[in-house]
Design a protein around this ligand. Structure first.
Ligand code: BTN
Length: 243
C-alpha cells in the first residue's frame, strides 16, 4: 500500500485530489503530521496540530456509479469505528452521516469529496480526522465542549501509527464489501454503531428545520426521518442535531 507522508501540508484532501487527478493508484494514502488549512464539512475549519491526531486521506477509484457515494462515506465511518475498536478496545458511535462520537462528544470526522461523471465515479477522496492526543485545554473555545480525544478518554498517549494501520485494515475489508455492492451489509454495520437511529433529531436545512424521529437508512444512504408534521423525509445532506 502506498502511504505518502508529510510533516506539514495545507490539507491532505487537497493533496489527495491533486494526485488523484494525476492518476495515482486506488488506495493511496496521504497523511500529514499537521495541516495548515484543514477543512471540515459544510465549509468549517478543522484544527489539526502536530502529534495531536491522525489526519489522513485515502484516494479510492471504485468501479461504482455515483449514487453509491453516500454508502462509501458510511463505510468509511464504519472502518474508523472498527479500527479504533480493534486497536484501542473502545467502541465509538456514529452520528449521521459520519461523525465519530465518544461519550457524546466528537472524536473525529470524515470529509468525502467526489469526482464523477454521470455514469461512473472517477475518484473519491475520503478525508479522516481523529482527535488522539489532545488534552482538555487543547481545543479552542468553539469546540471545547463538543470535542474529545482518545487520550482524554483513556488517560494514555495513543500510538497514531498503530491506529492508522488498524483503520486501513478495517477499510480494506469494508471496501471490498462495497465494491461487491453489498450495501445492505454496510448499512447494517453502520446502524449497529449509530447514535442517531431511534432518536429525535433536528434537521437543519438551508431555509428550514424539521424535528422528527430518525428511523433508518435508505438503500442509497439517506437518513429516513418521520417528521413531526407527519411527513416521512429522506435526508441527503445537511446537519442534524440528536436531541
Ligand atoms: C468534519 O467536519 O467532521 C470532517 C472533518 C475532516 C477532517 C479531515 S483531517 C484530514 C482531511 N484533510 C482535511 O482537510 N480534512 C480531512
Amino acid at each position: 500500500k502506498e502511504i505518502i507522508h508529510f510533516e506539514e501540508i495545507d490539507s491532505t484532501n487537497n493533496y489527495a485530489k491533486k494526485i488523484a487527478n494525476e492518476g495515482c493508484r486506488d488506495g493511496t494514502v496521504v497523511v500529514s503530521e499537521r495541516q495548515t488549512m484543514a477543512r471540515g464539512r459544510v465549509g468549517r475549519q478543522w484544527e489539526s496540530f502536530t502529534n495531536e491526531g491522525l489526519w489522513f486521506s485515502i484516494v479510492l477509484r471504485p468501479d461504482l456509479e455515483p449514487e453509491y457515494i453516500k454508502i462509501v462515506t458510511l463505510a468509511a465511518a464504519v472502518a474508523v469505528v472498527e479500527g479504533i475498536s480493534e486497536v484501542q478496545g473502545i467502541v465509538c458511535g456514529i452520528k449521521w452521516p459520519n461523525d465519530i462520537i465518544l461519550n457524546g462528544r466528537k472524536l473525529g470526522g470524515i470529509l468525502t469529496e467526489l469526482s464523477a461523471e454521470p455514469e461512473h465515479i472517477n475518484y473519491v477522496v475520503v478525508g479522516i480526522g481523529i482527535n488522539i492526543n489532545q488534552d482538555k485545554n487543547s481545543f479552542n473555545a468553539e469546540i471545547k465542549n463538543k470535542a474529545t480525544s482518545l487520550r482524554i478518554h483513556t488517560g494514555e498517549t495513543v500510538s497514531r501509527v498503530r491506529l492508522l494501520e488498524g483503520i486501513l485494515t478495517g477499510f480494506d475489508r469494508i471496501y471490498s464489501i462495497m465494491l461487491q455492492r453489498r450495501t445492505q451489509e454496510i448499512i447494517d454495520s453502520w446502524s449497529g454503531y449509530s447514535v442517531t437511529l431511534g432518536k429525535e433529531v433536528k434537521i437543519v436545512l438551508k431555509n428550514t428545520e424539521y424535528i422528527g424521529l430518525a428511523q433508518s437508512i435508505a438503500s442509497d444512504g439517506r437518513l429516513i426521518v418521520k417528521c413531526n408534521d407527519g411527513v416521512i423525509r429522506e435526508i441527503a445532506a445537511g446537519e442534524i442535531q440528536v436531541r
